[in-house]
Design a binder for this molecule. Sequence first.
Ligand code: IDP
Length: 155
Amino acid sequence: MSDQRERTFVMIKPDAFQRGLVSEIIGRFEDRGLKLVGAKVTRLSREQAEDHYGEHEDKPFFDDLVEFITSGPVVPMVWEGEDATRQVRQMIGATDPAEAAPGTIRGDYAVDLGRNVVHASDHEDEGANEREIALFFDDDELVEYDFHESTWLYE
Ligand code: IDP
């Protein structure tokens, strides 16, 4: 039996929030059949941003990235489903929107590497999803419920 309970972390970035793309982006994941188990509107502190992007602290773009991600509201979310981490990465597309395929979120809504509208956990980084979820959500903020669509989504 497949694991329909795999969770992944997604965050709508400040550019998408200001451009009114929140419902578009959430709708993509809903339409695909993923189950939303946590979401909030918040603004990251510098410390949270530096923790979240810690792996990039030595990169030349780090300061700009932290500045940007703390510049306005974001929507951290947790989505659940079979192979959710890999599926969501496919749906958001390549990091650089110029390389992202049309039909992906970045390929449809972004043009610049530093304004690429959405973050999602890297499926090639083992445990990144769980680590990122824990940075943004307490356990009691993630909701357990029956998802009535699942009978029609999974064999
Ligand atoms: P990801 O968001 O697709 O996982 P990462 O390599 O983890 O990509 O990079 C994190 C974020 O840092 C990217 O989404 C992008 O906004 C920004 N970024 C990555 N590489 C560059 C760069 O070379 N110049 C400017 N910004 C970058």
